[in-house]
Design a protein around this ligand. Structure first.
Ligand code: SAH
Length: 213
């Protein structure tokens, strides 16, 4: 697995594009500038890895568009040491961004193929989430709750109540909500039963699927 000066050059250009599209958080931009996105894709897509686009990964899923990763991560306002739960590990690229920001990351994936592949890939790249879990992210990870932040990287038909209940007071949930098109939604927990909601424009994700059992 190689990361060359050419890849670094393409990454610098990608960071510039994301800045032009409105991503401001310097730590987020720096993380995207460091992470070898081409190593998270199947080799047939390697040449395109630094385009600001989503690409197919295994199991019919996608690696999110870098702008979307930047946008969601910026909304989460991650601070070093924050405990963050990610729903939808997928390729592990978003996981890598969170780890690079110094978060203590818990991540869940429901496709076994991706769970296995990404669990092997991340340590090879020196990226160490605290916990990678195979299962249904709709339920969150009650045993490890509460979290400073929860990020959902698949489109949710509705906001899972379990995720809201696993936020610390002051914690943030970033979740795309909708069926065909999703509205990026930020929920902040203000108190035991008090939540405020902010909405930010339309995005498109693969669906968050619930295990009915
Ligand atoms: N963060 C990923 C995005 C992958 S796409 C990346 O950067 O590559 C969304 C992922 O969410 C898919 O891998 C899909 O299998 C997963 N997913 C969908 N529903 C889920 C659920 N209920 N629990 C856990 N993961 C889920």
């Amino acid at each position: 697995m190689k990361d060359t000066a050419k890849h670094q050059g393409l990454r610098n250009q990608l960071v510039k594009q994301l800045q032009e599209k409105g991503i401001k958080d310097k730590n987020v931009l720096d993380a995207i500038g460091k992470i070898p996105r081409h190593l998270f894709l199947n080799s047939s897509f390697e040449d395109y890895a630094y385009q600001d686009k989503a690409f197919p990964i295994d199991a019919g899923q996608t690696i999110s568009q870098p702008y979307t990763v930047g946008f969601q991560t910026e909304l989460l306002e991650v601070k070093k040491g924050n405990k963050i739960l990610e729903i939808g590990t997928g390729s592990g690229y978003q996981t890598a961004v969170l780890c690079t920001l110094g978060a203590v990351v818990y991540t869940i994936e429901r496709q076994n193929e991706l769970f296995k592949k990404t669990s092997l890939l991340l340590p090879k790249l020196g990226i160490r989430p605290k916990h990678i879990s195979f299962g249904d992210g709709y339920k969150g990870l009650p045993n490890y709750a509460p979290f400073d932040g929860i990020i959902v990287t698949a489109g949710a038909p509705e906001i899972p109540k379990a995720l809201m209940s696993q936020l610390k007071i002051g914690g943030k949930l970033v979740i795309p909500v909708g069926d065909e098109v999703q509205v990026m939604t930020l929920i902040i927990r203000k108190g035991e039963t008090e939540f405020v909601k902010h909405e930010f424009g339309d995005f498109r994700f693969v669906p968050l699927l619930e295990n009915k059992n």
